[in-house]
Design a protein around this ligand. Structure first.
Ligand code: ZN
Length: 288
Protein backbone atom coordinates (compact mmCIF):
# COMPACT_ATOMS: atom_id res chain seq x y z
CA UNK A 1 0.00 0.00 0.00
CA UNK A 2 1.19 3.53 -0.71
CA UNK A 3 0.55 6.26 1.79
CA UNK A 4 -1.86 5.17 4.50
CA UNK A 5 -4.63 7.59 5.14
CA UNK A 6 -5.03 8.41 8.81
CA UNK A 7 -8.27 7.34 10.45
CA UNK A 8 -11.17 9.63 11.02
CA UNK A 9 -14.03 9.19 13.47
CA UNK A 10 -17.56 8.16 12.63
CA UNK A 11 -20.11 8.90 15.34
CA UNK A 12 -23.85 8.59 15.87
CA UNK A 13 -25.86 10.68 18.32
CA UNK A 14 -28.49 8.09 19.24
CA UNK A 15 -31.77 9.91 19.81
CA UNK A 16 -35.25 10.08 18.27
CA UNK A 17 -36.97 12.35 15.73
CA UNK A 18 -38.51 14.49 18.49
CA UNK A 19 -35.13 15.40 20.00
CA UNK A 20 -34.50 18.34 17.69
CA UNK A 21 -33.32 21.16 19.96
CA UNK A 22 -34.19 24.70 20.73
CA UNK A 23 -37.53 25.10 18.95
CA UNK A 24 -40.76 26.24 20.60
CA UNK A 25 -42.58 23.12 19.34
CA UNK A 26 -40.16 20.64 20.92
CA UNK A 27 -42.05 18.26 23.21
CA UNK A 28 -41.03 18.21 26.91
CA UNK A 29 -39.45 15.05 28.35
CA UNK A 30 -42.74 14.18 30.07
CA UNK A 31 -44.30 13.66 26.61
CA UNK A 32 -41.50 11.61 25.03
CA UNK A 33 -42.69 8.16 26.11
CA UNK A 34 -46.07 8.81 24.49
CA UNK A 35 -44.68 9.64 21.05
CA UNK A 36 -44.25 7.05 18.30
CA UNK A 37 -40.57 6.08 18.30
CA UNK A 38 -38.49 5.61 15.16
CA UNK A 39 -35.08 5.15 16.77
CA UNK A 40 -35.10 1.32 16.94
CA UNK A 41 -35.72 0.92 13.25
CA UNK A 42 -33.37 3.71 12.15
CA UNK A 43 -30.50 2.79 14.45
CA UNK A 44 -30.76 -0.85 13.39
CA UNK A 45 -30.48 0.24 9.75
CA UNK A 46 -27.31 2.16 10.63
CA UNK A 47 -25.83 -0.82 12.51
CA UNK A 48 -26.48 -3.05 9.48
CA UNK A 49 -24.84 -0.49 7.22
CA UNK A 50 -21.79 -0.40 9.51
CA UNK A 51 -21.56 -4.22 9.50
CA UNK A 52 -21.88 -4.29 5.74
CA UNK A 53 -19.02 -1.82 5.34
CA UNK A 54 -17.01 -3.29 8.23
CA UNK A 55 -16.63 -0.11 10.28
CA UNK A 56 -16.69 0.46 14.03
CA UNK A 57 -18.19 3.72 15.27
CA UNK A 58 -18.78 5.64 18.48
CA UNK A 59 -22.45 5.78 19.51
CA UNK A 60 -23.32 8.66 21.85
CA UNK A 61 -26.52 7.40 23.45
CA UNK A 62 -28.98 9.72 25.05
CA UNK A 63 -29.46 8.27 28.56
CA UNK A 64 -33.22 8.45 28.14
CA UNK A 65 -32.97 6.32 24.99
CA UNK A 66 -30.68 3.81 26.72
CA UNK A 67 -33.13 3.45 29.59
CA UNK A 68 -36.09 2.93 27.27
CA UNK A 69 -34.35 0.77 24.65
CA UNK A 70 -31.49 -0.97 26.51
CA UNK A 71 -31.27 -3.62 23.78
CA UNK A 72 -30.00 -0.93 21.37
CA UNK A 73 -27.07 -0.19 23.68
CA UNK A 74 -26.27 -3.90 24.06
CA UNK A 75 -26.62 -4.46 20.33
CA UNK A 76 -24.17 -1.63 19.54
CA UNK A 77 -21.66 -2.93 22.10
CA UNK A 78 -21.94 -6.54 20.94
CA UNK A 79 -21.32 -5.47 17.34
CA UNK A 80 -18.06 -3.82 18.36
CA UNK A 81 -19.08 -0.17 18.56
CA UNK A 82 -18.05 2.16 21.34
CA UNK A 83 -20.88 3.15 23.70
CA UNK A 84 -20.57 6.78 24.78
CA UNK A 85 -22.88 9.34 26.38
CA UNK A 86 -25.06 12.13 24.99
CA UNK A 87 -26.27 13.04 28.51
CA UNK A 88 -29.61 11.98 29.97
CA UNK A 89 -32.29 14.53 29.17
CA UNK A 90 -30.99 16.34 26.05
CA UNK A 91 -30.84 19.78 27.62
CA UNK A 92 -28.54 22.48 26.25
CA UNK A 93 -25.46 22.86 28.47
CA UNK A 94 -25.77 26.63 28.78
CA UNK A 95 -29.34 26.29 30.01
CA UNK A 96 -28.24 24.19 32.98
CA UNK A 97 -26.46 25.12 36.19
CA UNK A 98 -23.13 23.45 36.87
CA UNK A 99 -24.88 21.19 39.40
CA UNK A 100 -27.71 20.21 37.05
CA UNK A 101 -25.23 19.45 34.28
CA UNK A 102 -23.14 17.32 36.64
CA UNK A 103 -26.21 15.30 37.64
CA UNK A 104 -27.32 14.80 34.04
CA UNK A 105 -23.95 13.53 32.76
CA UNK A 106 -23.33 11.35 35.83
CA UNK A 107 -26.75 9.74 35.56
CA UNK A 108 -26.24 9.02 31.85
CA UNK A 109 -22.77 7.55 32.31
CA UNK A 110 -23.82 5.19 35.13
CA UNK A 111 -26.93 4.07 33.33
CA UNK A 112 -25.14 3.35 30.05
CA UNK A 113 -22.27 1.56 31.80
CA UNK A 114 -24.74 -0.70 33.61
CA UNK A 115 -26.47 -1.60 30.35
CA UNK A 116 -23.34 -1.98 28.22
CA UNK A 117 -21.29 -3.68 30.91
CA UNK A 118 -18.32 -1.57 29.85
CA UNK A 119 -16.90 1.78 30.83
CA UNK A 120 -18.25 4.86 29.09
CA UNK A 121 -15.41 7.27 28.39
CA UNK A 122 -16.79 9.84 26.00
CA UNK A 123 -19.40 12.59 26.05
CA UNK A 124 -21.05 14.80 23.46
CA UNK A 125 -23.29 17.70 24.46
CA UNK A 126 -26.73 18.17 22.89
CA UNK A 127 -26.40 20.76 20.15
CA UNK A 128 -22.62 21.14 20.82
CA UNK A 129 -23.86 23.63 23.41
CA UNK A 130 -20.72 24.25 25.43
CA UNK A 131 -19.78 27.91 25.12
CA UNK A 132 -17.50 30.53 26.65
CA UNK A 133 -20.32 31.02 29.21
CA UNK A 134 -19.85 27.51 30.64
CA UNK A 135 -16.15 27.46 31.58
CA UNK A 136 -16.80 24.71 34.18
CA UNK A 137 -17.88 22.28 31.46
CA UNK A 138 -14.59 20.36 31.04
CA UNK A 139 -13.84 20.03 34.76
CA UNK A 140 -17.32 18.74 35.51
CA UNK A 141 -16.99 16.09 32.81
CA UNK A 142 -13.61 14.94 34.10
CA UNK A 143 -14.92 14.84 37.69
CA UNK A 144 -17.96 12.86 36.49
CA UNK A 145 -15.64 10.16 35.19
CA UNK A 146 -15.37 11.02 31.51
CA UNK A 147 -12.03 10.81 29.70
CA UNK A 148 -12.84 12.66 26.51
CA UNK A 149 -15.36 15.07 25.06
CA UNK A 150 -16.47 15.90 21.53
CA UNK A 151 -18.77 18.90 22.03
CA UNK A 152 -16.74 21.94 21.09
CA UNK A 153 -17.86 23.51 17.83
CA UNK A 154 -14.93 25.85 17.08
CA UNK A 155 -16.88 28.37 14.99
CA UNK A 156 -20.11 30.37 15.25
CA UNK A 157 -23.42 28.54 15.20
CA UNK A 158 -27.07 29.00 16.19
CA UNK A 159 -26.82 27.60 19.69
CA UNK A 160 -23.40 26.99 21.17
CA UNK A 161 -20.20 27.45 19.26
CA UNK A 162 -16.81 28.52 20.64
CA UNK A 163 -15.17 30.73 18.08
CA UNK A 164 -11.98 30.79 20.15
CA UNK A 165 -11.82 26.99 20.40
CA UNK A 166 -8.83 25.09 19.03
CA UNK A 167 -9.54 22.94 15.98
CA UNK A 168 -7.22 19.99 16.60
CA UNK A 169 -7.61 17.36 19.36
CA UNK A 170 -6.07 18.62 22.59
CA UNK A 171 -6.04 18.25 26.35
CA UNK A 172 -8.16 20.63 28.42
CA UNK A 173 -9.52 21.27 31.92
CA UNK A 174 -7.66 21.21 35.23
CA UNK A 175 -4.35 19.32 34.82
CA UNK A 176 -5.37 18.54 31.25
CA UNK A 177 -7.48 15.71 32.59
CA UNK A 178 -9.91 15.67 29.68
CA UNK A 179 -9.24 15.10 25.99
CA UNK A 180 -11.17 17.32 23.64
CA UNK A 181 -11.78 16.21 20.07
CA UNK A 182 -13.68 19.16 18.61
CA UNK A 183 -16.30 18.94 15.90
CA UNK A 184 -14.43 19.34 12.63
CA UNK A 185 -14.43 22.65 10.82
CA UNK A 186 -12.65 23.47 7.58
CA UNK A 187 -12.27 26.79 5.86
CA UNK A 188 -14.08 27.52 2.67
CA UNK A 189 -13.39 30.98 1.30
CA UNK A 190 -11.94 32.05 4.65
CA UNK A 191 -14.96 30.98 6.66
CA UNK A 192 -14.73 28.02 9.11
CA UNK A 193 -17.61 25.66 8.46
CA UNK A 194 -18.64 22.09 9.27
CA UNK A 195 -19.33 19.83 6.29
CA UNK A 196 -19.24 16.57 8.17
CA UNK A 197 -22.49 16.01 10.04
CA UNK A 198 -26.10 16.93 10.69
CA UNK A 199 -27.73 19.53 8.48
CA UNK A 200 -24.39 20.38 6.86
CA UNK A 201 -23.73 16.84 5.70
CA UNK A 202 -27.25 16.66 4.31
CA UNK A 203 -27.14 20.06 2.65
CA UNK A 204 -23.75 20.04 0.88
CA UNK A 205 -23.08 17.94 -2.23
CA UNK A 206 -20.90 14.90 -1.64
CA UNK A 207 -18.04 16.09 -3.86
CA UNK A 208 -17.62 19.10 -1.56
CA UNK A 209 -17.77 17.01 1.63
CA UNK A 210 -15.12 14.74 0.14
CA UNK A 211 -12.88 17.64 -0.86
CA UNK A 212 -13.16 19.33 2.54
CA UNK A 213 -12.50 16.02 4.34
CA UNK A 214 -9.28 15.61 2.38
CA UNK A 215 -8.30 19.16 3.26
CA UNK A 216 -8.75 18.44 6.99
CA UNK A 217 -6.72 15.22 6.78
CA UNK A 218 -3.98 17.10 4.92
CA UNK A 219 -3.87 19.54 7.85
CA UNK A 220 -3.14 16.58 10.12
CA UNK A 221 -6.50 16.41 11.87
CA UNK A 222 -8.98 13.52 11.95
CA UNK A 223 -12.41 14.29 10.49
CA UNK A 224 -15.21 13.84 13.02
CA UNK A 225 -18.27 12.68 11.08
CA UNK A 226 -21.60 12.55 12.90
CA UNK A 227 -25.15 11.51 12.09
CA UNK A 228 -28.47 11.02 13.87
CA UNK A 229 -30.64 7.94 13.22
CA UNK A 230 -33.56 10.17 12.09
CA UNK A 231 -31.45 11.57 9.26
CA UNK A 232 -31.77 8.39 7.19
CA UNK A 233 -35.56 8.30 7.68
CA UNK A 234 -37.40 10.54 5.17
CA UNK A 235 -40.76 9.40 6.59
CA UNK A 236 -40.25 10.42 10.20
CA UNK A 237 -42.89 12.73 11.72
CA UNK A 238 -42.17 16.47 11.62
CA UNK A 239 -42.16 18.96 14.49
CA UNK A 240 -43.70 22.40 14.05
CA UNK A 241 -40.95 25.00 13.49
CA UNK A 242 -39.99 28.05 11.48
CA UNK A 243 -39.42 27.65 7.76
CA UNK A 244 -35.70 28.25 8.16
CA UNK A 245 -35.26 25.65 10.91
CA UNK A 246 -37.52 23.25 9.07
CA UNK A 247 -35.29 23.44 6.00
CA UNK A 248 -32.17 22.83 8.07
CA UNK A 249 -33.74 19.98 10.04
CA UNK A 250 -35.29 18.11 7.14
CA UNK A 251 -33.35 18.90 3.94
CA UNK A 252 -32.15 15.88 1.92
CA UNK A 253 -33.21 13.14 4.35
CA UNK A 254 -33.68 10.89 1.33
CA UNK A 255 -30.03 11.06 0.22
CA UNK A 256 -28.23 10.90 3.58
CA UNK A 257 -27.88 7.13 3.71
CA UNK A 258 -26.26 7.26 0.28
CA UNK A 259 -23.87 9.99 1.47
CA UNK A 260 -22.92 7.97 4.54
CA UNK A 261 -22.09 5.05 2.26
CA UNK A 262 -19.83 7.30 0.17
CA UNK A 263 -18.01 8.56 3.28
CA UNK A 264 -17.47 5.01 4.53
CA UNK A 265 -16.22 3.97 1.09
CA UNK A 266 -13.78 6.88 0.70
CA UNK A 267 -12.42 7.41 4.22
CA UNK A 268 -11.09 4.98 6.84
CA UNK A 269 -13.09 5.64 10.01
CA UNK A 270 -13.13 4.19 13.49
CA UNK A 271 -14.14 4.99 17.09
CA UNK A 272 -12.99 7.95 19.18
CA UNK A 273 -11.17 5.56 21.50
CA UNK A 274 -9.10 4.20 18.63
CA UNK A 275 -8.30 7.59 17.14
CA UNK A 276 -7.34 9.07 20.51
CA UNK A 277 -4.93 6.21 21.18
CA UNK A 278 -3.06 7.21 18.02
CA UNK A 279 -2.47 10.78 19.13
CA UNK A 280 0.65 10.71 21.33
CA UNK A 281 0.15 14.34 22.27
CA UNK A 282 -3.24 13.46 23.74
CA UNK A 283 -2.13 10.39 25.60
CA UNK A 284 1.05 11.83 27.13
CA UNK A 285 0.59 15.58 27.34
CA UNK A 286 -0.41 15.87 30.99
CA UNK A 287 2.19 13.45 32.37
CA UNK A 288 4.74 15.96 33.59
ZN1 ZN B 1 -28.69 15.41 20.33
Amino acid sequence: MGETMQSSVFSVDVEDWFHILDIPGAPPISDWAGLPSRVERNFSTLLDLFDETGVKTTCFFLGWIGERFPHLVREAASRGHEVASHGYAHRLVFEQSRQEFCEDVTRARRLLEDIAGASVRGYRAPGFSTTEETPWFFDVLADAGYEYDSSVFPASRGHGGMRSGRREPHRIGADGKLMEVPITVAELMGKPMCFFGGGYLRLFPYWLIRRMSKQVLAEGRPVVFYVHPREIDPAHPRLPMSRKRSFKSYVNLDTTEWKIRQVLRDFPVTTFQNVISHYPSLVNAHVS
